[in-house]
Design a protein. Structure first.
Lengths: 147, 455
C-alpha cells in the first residue's frame, strides 16, 4: 500500500488561511470534502471535535493531528495544511502549531489503511521529517517527506 | 538494559504510534534497548513476548485506555498518559532506567516453588488430604470426650444416664461415628465437587457399619468421587432437565451404586477377612506367645478399627471370658496404644515432616494414645498410608512381643492409662509401660525417617 492511496496533492494546502483552532479544522475538513472523502461534513467535524475534547491533538513540535473515526467518512484520507506563522492549537508544549494533518477514518476501515496512517504518525516523530515538511514549497515535497 | 512499553490511545489511530515512535527514538539516542507494543485500532502489534518481559528491567505503560498488567507481575511499572510518551520520552526512560530492579531470580524462584506445590498437591494426594483435614477435628473432639468418659472409670459409661455415658454418646457414638463418613465424603467432594459429598459420606458410613474401617472409607471416598465424575460425563440431558442432575439424578444413582459396591464388593470380603482372622488366631493360641504378640501387634495397627484390628481386639477380649487376667489382652491393648503415641512423638521430633494441622493433632494424639483410642492415628495414616502404616505396625509388633515377654496380664478389655486406677488390673506394670514406651519410640523414629519433608 502506498501513501498516495490516502493522500493526494489536491489535499495539501501550503498556506492555511485560518488563525484559530476551530477554523483550521473546518478549513482542512473542506479539503477532504472537496475531494469526495466525506459523506457529511458536519458529522465528521463533530467526531474530530469530540476527539479534541479528550485532549488536544496538538502534540507539540509544531504538529497537530486532528482526527476522527466516523460513518460520515467515505474512505480513509489524510489532508495536510501548513501555517508558517503558526496557529494556537492548545498544543501540549504550549507552542503554536505549524503542521496540520487531518485524518479521516471510516467506521469500518481495513487494517491496511490504519497501518499506513500509523506509519505516517510515526514518521512525524522524526526531526528530519519535520525539517523537510517545514522546507516544503510544493505539495509533492510534502508527500515525499512522508514517504 | 532493556525496557518494554505499551502505548495505547482511545481512537488508536495516531497517538498510539506517535508515542511508540517517540519512545523508540529516545531510547535509541540513550543507547537503551526498548520494545514497544502498540495497542491501536489494528489490535496489538509488535507484541511483547514472555521472553521480552522477562528480560526487561521496567515496564512503561503510556496509555489512555485500560491496559492489562497481568503479564507484568513482579515488574516495576511506570504508568502515564499517552501524551507523556510523546512529550517527554527521555524522562520516562530515565525513570525506567533508575527504577528499582526487582530481583528476577527471586521472583522466578518463588514462581517455581508455587508451581511445584501446585503440581504436587494435585491428584489423589490432594483429595486424600482434603478428607483428612476435615476429619481431624472430629477425631480430636471425639477422642478427648471419650477419654474424659474413661476418666470416670473405664466402665463408667456403661451406666446409662450418667455423665460418662453421655460423654461416650457424644464422643464415641456421634463424633467417632462421623469420622469415617467425613473422611470419605470429603475425599469425594475434593474429586467431584458438591455432588461427590452424598455418595462419599454414605459410602463412608457403610464402610464404618460394615466394619471395613478407615481403609474402606478411603476406598469409598475415591470410588464415589471418580464415579460421580464419570456420571457427569456420560449423562447428557436436554436443557430443561439439567436442573435435575444435582438434586436427583447424581445423588440417587451414585449413592445406589456406591452403597451396593460397599456392601457387596467391599463389605463381604471384609467380614470374610474378619472371620478368617478370628479363626486363624484361635488356632494360633497354642503357639509361641511372643510370635502371637507380634502378630496381634501388627493386626492392631494395620487398619485401626478395620476388620483386621477388630479381629485382634475381639480375640483379646475373648480371652478374658474365663475371668482370669489375660496376657493376650494386655498385648492387644499395649499395641493399640502405641500408634497414636508414636505419631504424637514423631510430630515433636520431626516437626518439618508434618503440616501445622497435623502438629496440632499430634498434641491430642497423646491423650488418645494413653486412653487406648487407636483411632487417634487415623488422620496420619490416612494422609500418608504407605509410610505411616508400616511404621506403626512395626512399633505395635515390638510392643506386643515385649508385653508377652514381660508376661504382663490385663483383667479388663479397655481403658489405657485409666486401668492403673484399678487395683491389680495389670500385672508387671513397670515392664508393661516399658513395652509401650519402646513401641512408641520405634514408631516415632521410623516415621521420622520414612516420612518426606512437609512442603
Amino acid at each position: 500500500m502506498n501513501i498516495s492511496e490516502i493522500m493526494s496533492e489536491k489535499m495539501i494546502k501550503l498556506q492555511l488561511q485560518s488563525k484559530d483552532k476551530i477554523s483550521v479544522i473546518k478549513e482542512l475538513v473542506e479539503l477532504l470534502y472537496k475531494n469526495d472523502k466525506l459523506y457529511d461534513k458536519g458529522k465528521y467535524i463533530e467526531a474530530v471535535l469530540k476527539r479534541e475534547e479528550e485532549f488536544s491533538t496538538g502534540i507539540g513540535m509544531g504538529i497537530a493531528i486532528p482526527h476522527g473515526k466516523s460513518s460520515a467518512v467515505k474512505e480513509p484520507a489524510l489532508a495536510f495544511g501548513k501555517s508558517v506563522e503558526g496557529i494556537d492549537y492548545g498544543a501540549l508544549d504550549g507552542k503554536p502549531s505549524n503542521f496540520f494533518f487531518i485524518i479521516a477514518v471510516p467506521e469500518n476501515s481495513n487494517d491496511e489503511h490504519l497501518r499506513l496512517l500509523s506509519q505516517i504518525s510515526r514518521k512525524l516523530m522524526h526531526s528530519e521529517v519535520r525539517e523537510k515538511l517545514l522546507k516544503a514549497n510544493k505539495p509533492s515535497e510534502v508527500i515525499d517527506a512522508l514517504k | 538494559m532493556k525496557i518494554v512499553a505499551i502505548t495505547s490511545c482511545p481512537t488508536g489511530i495516531a497517538h498510539t504510534y506517535m508515542a511508540a515512535e517517540s519512545l523508540e527514538i529516545a531510547a535509541k539516542e540513550m543507547g537503551i534497548d526498548i520494545k514497544v507494543e502498540t495497542q491501536g485500532s489494528v489490535g496489538a502489534e509488535n507484541e511483547l513476548t514472555e521472553k521480552d518481559i522477562k528480560e526487561a528491567n521496567a515496564v512503561i505503560i503510556a496509555a489512555d485506555t485500560k491496559v492489562s498488567k497481568e503479564r507484568f507481575m513482579g515488574k516495576y511499572i511506570i504508568e502515564v498518559g499517552v501524551q507523556e510518551a510523546i512529550k517527554n520520552p527521555k524522562e520516562l526512560i530515565e525513570r525506567a532506567k533508575t527504577a528499582k530492579v526487582i530481583d528476577n531470580d527471586f521472583v522466578e524462584e518463588v514462581n517455581k516453588i508455587k508451581e511445584q506445590r501446585k503440581a504436587e498437591t494435585k491428584g489423589p494426594y490432594k483429595h486424600l488430604m482434603t478428607g483428612v483435614s476435615f476429619m481431624i477435628p472430629f477425631v480430636v473432639a471425639g477422642g478427648i470426650i471419650i477419654a474424659l468418659s474413661f476418666a470416670f472409670g473405664i466402665n463408667a459409661f456403661k451406666q446409662e444416664g450418667t455423665l460418662p455415658a453421655t460423654l461416650m454418646q457424644i464422643g464415641g457414638s456421634s463424633a467417632f461415628a462421623l469420622m469415617i463418613p467425613i473422611l470419605s465424603g470429603y475425599i469425594a467432594y475434593s474429586i467431584a465437587d458438591r455432588p461427590g459429598l452424598v455418595p462419599g459420606m454414605i459410602g463412608g458410613m457403610l464402610a464404618s457399619s460394615s466394619g471395613s474401617g478407615f481403609i474402606g472409607g478411603i476406598i469409598a471416598g475415591f470410588t464415589a468421587g471418580y464415579f460421580v465424575n464419570f456420571l457427569k460425563k456420560i449423562i447428557k440431558l436436554p436443557k430443561t432437565f439439567q436442573g435435575l442432575m444435582p438434586v436427583l439424578i447424581l445423588p440417587l444413582l451414585s449413592t445406589l451404586i456406591i452403597g451396593l459396591f460397599m456392601i457387596y464388593i467391599i463389605g463381604k470380603p471384609v467380614s470374610a477377612i474378619n472371620n478368617g482372622m478370628t479363626v486363624w488366631l484361635k488356632n494360633l493360641s497354642g503357639t509361641n506367645s511372643v510370635l502371637l504378640g507380634i502378630i496381634l501387634g501388627l493386626m492392631m495397627a494395620f487398619d485401626m478399627g478395620g476388620p483386621v484390628n477388630k479381629a485382634a481386639y475381639t480375640f483379646g477380649v475373648a480371652t478374658l471370658s474365663s475371668g482370669q487376667p489375660s496376657m493376650i489382652m494386655a498385648a492387644v491393648m499395649a499395641a493399640g496404644m502405641t500408634p497414636p503415641l508414636g505419631l504424637a512423638l514423631a510430630t515433636i521430633i520431626a516437626k518439618n515432616k508434618f503440616t501445622a494441622q497435623e502438629i496440632e493433632a499430634g498434641k491430642t494424639a497423646w491423650a488418645l494414645g494413653i486412653s487406648f483410642i487407636t483411632e487417634g492415628a487415623i488422620p496420619f495414616a490416612a494422609a500418608d498410608p504407605i509410610r505411616v502404616i508400616p511404621s506403626i505396625m512395626i512399633g505395635s509388633a515390638v510392643t506386643g512381643a515385649l508385653s508377652m515377654i514381660f508376661k504382663s496380664a490385663l483383667t479388663v478389655p479397655h481403658g489405657g492409662i485409666y486401668v492403673l486406677a484399678i487395683p491389680n488390673a495389670i500385672t508387671n506394670l513397670s515392664l508393661y509401660i516399658i513395652a509401650i514406651a519402646t513401641g512408641t519410640i520405634i514408631t516415632a523414629l521410623l516415621i521420622s525417617i520414612l516420612k518426606k519433608e512437609c512442603r
